[in-house]
Design a protein around this ligand. Structure first.
Ligand code: HGY
Ligand code: MN
Ligand code: MN
Length: 413
């Protein structure tokens, strides 16, 4: 295949990212495409349209993960998988997830123009509810697909308005079908040859070091909690300070204790991302205060030690563990394939552990899996100012395409 035939199309990639950024666009330049929302569904429809123009067949599993298959439509041959997610944070950026999906599509654009016998089937995977912002936990769709999270429990999860995953999935799937999109069924835990995901780093390392590509060797472990503290509602003016049972005062004290304790663990990253207070009236002493705690570390021992400390400190609160995910190593063979491809293209690369979790952390349980990172400006992500230089977008897509062609090439067998 000529070099030209293997080269990703810069204008097409950047144009499609631009089109996606207009779906769920926010006024300050960010984007909001919450999982299974009409906006995310519209983005999926747009992607499926592009993929079907290549001859892809669309599949969906019972938790809403999408698979767009090129080649081997009539065969049950396990495909090489490439993809990411289209859902975003409530105030998200224009690259987290969608970059990996558009780059995956570009791989198929190149492969669709080759002799079909040259490659094994390849599928784009669009994982459902990677962010876990609307429906807890994060990476829900891929976790269910690989058997790390029960389907029934996931379908029953509700968002802040009380809408369930099941009802939202039904609506989203119905609108895709109403748009004339045929969706065949895909079993959970189906077999795949390999999976590779392109993603922005979401941290500052590659940019600070001036390195073009991050070759991800592991995803650090994470544990997330919801912590609820109770008190007694009362009149803000009439009840004396002493003797109050103010839930928010107790929660603040607990957060301070957690900060002090967890801060003692080197390399630990912990975040209180959400606080809810009830009844939430300006002149009522809070009866309930609920907050979330997200804790990450690359060492499973440390993560277990920290979990025990959190459980001890929260003995007088209501503690719910939302997700525990051990640190995950990626496939050494895929790591070296990505490094060889980067070298072949003269692109600098460095091995690294992912600070964020990704669907790939679950898919690694099903097949050899790896990830490619590209730098993002200032390491900013989960933020409207998230930005990835066009050259880095295109370079990342090229390394991904070459890696997928190496893994799917018939001569690779
Ligand atoms: O939580 C995470 O690490 C991912 O961005 N959803
Ligand atoms: Mn992501
Ligand atoms: Mn994210």
């Amino acid at each position: 295949m000529s070099d030209q035939a293997r080269t990703v199309d810069r204008v097409r990639i950047l144009g499609r990212l631009g089109e996606m950024s207009r779906i769920g666009a926010l006024e300050n330049g960010g984007v909001c495409r919450l999982a299974l929302s009409p906006d995310e569904t519209e983005a999926k429809a747009r992607l499926i349209g592009w993929a079907q123009a290549l001859g892809c067949v669309a599949y969906i599993d019972d938790i809403g993960n999408l698979f767009l298959r090129l080649g081997g439509a009539d065969s049950a041959e396990a495909p090489v998988l490439v993809g990411s997610h289209l859902d975003t944070q409530p105030v998200g950026g224009n690259f987290d997830g969608v970059l990996g999906v558009i780059a995956a599509l570009e791989c198929l654009e190149i492969m669709a123009r080759q002799d079909e016998r040259a490659f094994m089937p390849v599928e784009i995977a669009v994982w459902c509810n990677e962010e876990g912002a609307r429906f807890n936990p994060t990476t829900m769709g891929s976790a269910v697909h690989v058997g790390h999270f029960p389907l029934g429990e996931a379908l029953a999860v509700t968002d802040a308005s009380g809408q369930s995953v099941e009802a939202s999935l039904r609506q989203s799937t119905a609108s895709l079908r109403a748009a004339g999109i045929g969706l065949s069924h895909r079993d959970l835990g189906a077999g795949y040859k390999a999976y590779v995901e392109l993603h922005i780093e979401q941290g500052p390392v590659l940019e600070n070091e001036g390195v073009g590509i991050g070759v991800v060797t592991d995803v650090q472990g994470l544990v997330q909690y919801r912590i609820e503290v109770s008190g007694v509602a009362g009149h803000a003016g009439a009840v004396p300070m002493e003797g109050r049972k103010d839930a928010l005062t107790r929660a603040r004290a607990l957060m301070a204790e957690l900060d002090a304790e967890l801060g003692a663990f080197g390399g630990l990253r912990f975040t209180v991302g959400r606080i809810n207070v009830a009844p939430g009236s300006i002149n009522t002493i809070p009866a309930k205060a609920e907050f979330t705690l997200d804790v990450r570390h690359p060492d499973p021992q440390v993560l277990s030690q920290v979990s025990r400390r959190i459980e001890a400190l929260c003995a007088h609160a209501q503690l719910t563990r939302l997700i525990y995910q051990a640190p995950i190593p990626f496939d050494a063979g895929i790591v070296s394939t990505i490094e060889q491809v980067a070298e072949q293209y003269g692109v600098s690369s460095r091995r690294m552990v992912s600070g964020a979790t990704h669907d790939a952390a679950h898919v690694a349980a099903l097949c050899p899996t790896g990830m490619i990172f590209v730098p993002c400006r200032g390491g900013i992500s989960h933020n409207e100012n998230e930005y990835c230089e066009p050259d880095d977008v295109v370079q990342g897509a090229q390394i991904l395409a070459e890696t997928i062609m190496a893994l799917a090439g018939r001569q690779a067998q």
